[in-house]
Design a protein around this ligand. Structure first.
Ligand code: DGL
Length: 272
């Protein structure tokens, strides 16, 4: 018996990760779950993000997934460790849940020359300190500065990210992070929604600053994981089928997902 790979996000943002995973590994089957009814997660407490994420993970297990990617930095920051350490051993020790922070952090070593890094993320991701902890473990010489950008997810979820009004909010946080540390030469987009704002981010960052968009690193890391874990890989089904589940209106999700992915998507509504 073989199973699809599960990809979870609070809403649409994880589609930027899914897109790259699917591009690099189109042969597998995938189930994407967006908890749009309860997004955004970025301002919610640790307990709530953990509870919602665990519900979504259990649902993806019920749908048959044995490997799930939390394609959401907020969920990876606030729920991943608990789920891996406390829940998986009880639910099924054969199943796996992976996050997006570690693969993103692994990419920065070769990018930064000044060893000064900026992290842009939701309130939840920045205040959890998850990026700082992960970077200190791997590259203790790198200085990390975080900046929460509370409006950015809403700009994307409301399709305002390409409009003129978005410039104000983008510039505000880029100016703020460079004011905190003017030596930053690499900025991580530590929220899966932010790649949609990349044109404006590029416009307001000095030209020499690297912008790290997570999708390709998470996808490469998953590919590597599957190579290193043949016992998981051989249980992943192939056929290239993708299902999209949302906790909100299926029409709205289908419309937005089709924009994100530039292809026609038909979502199914579920209740968690
Ligand atoms: N896309 C999620 C992330 O990567 C956050 C969006 C939200 O606030 O729900 O952090």
């Amino acid at each position: 018996m073989k199973f699809p790979i599960g990809i979870f996000d609070s809403g649409y943002g994880g589609l930027t990760i899914f897109k790259e995973i699917h591009r690099q590994m189109p042969e597998y089957d995938y189930i994407y779950l967006g908890d749009n009814a309860r997004a955004p997660y970025g301002t919610r407490s640790f307990e709530v993000v953990y509870k919602y994420t665990l519900q979504a993970v259990k649902r993806l297990f019920d749908e048959g997934c044995i490997l799930i990617i939390l394609a959401c930095n907020t969920a990876s920051s606030k729920a991943l460790r608990n789920i891996q350490q406390n829940d998986l051993p009880l639910i099924d020790p054969q199943k796996r849940v992976l996050g997006v922070i570690r693969p993103t952090v692994e990419s920065i070593d070769s990018l930064t020359k000044t060893r000064h890094i900026g992290i842009l993320g939701t309130q939840g991701t920045i205040s959890s300190g998850s990026y700082i902890m992960e970077i200190q473990k791997l590259f203790p010489d790198i200085k990390v500065t975080g900046e929460a950008c509370p409006m950015w997810v809403s700009l994307v979820e409301n399709s305002e990210h390409d409009k003129d009004g978005a410039d104000y909010f983008v510039r505000q946080h880029l100016d703020a992070i460079l004011k905190k540390d003017s030596l930053i030469d690499t900025v991580i987009l530590g929220c899966t929604h932010y790649p949609l704002l990349i044109n404006k981010i590029r416009k307001y960052l000095p030209s020499g600053v690297n912008i790290v968009s997570q999708g390709k690193y998470v996808a490469a890391s998953l590919k590597d994981y599957l190579c290193r874990h043949p016992e998981i890989e051989e249980r992943c089904s192939t056929g290239g089928n993708c299902r999209f589940l949302t906790t909100e209106s299926e029409e709205k999700f289908s419309g937005m997902a089709s924009l994100f992915l530039q292809e026609n998507i038909k979502a199914e509504r579920i209740y968690l």
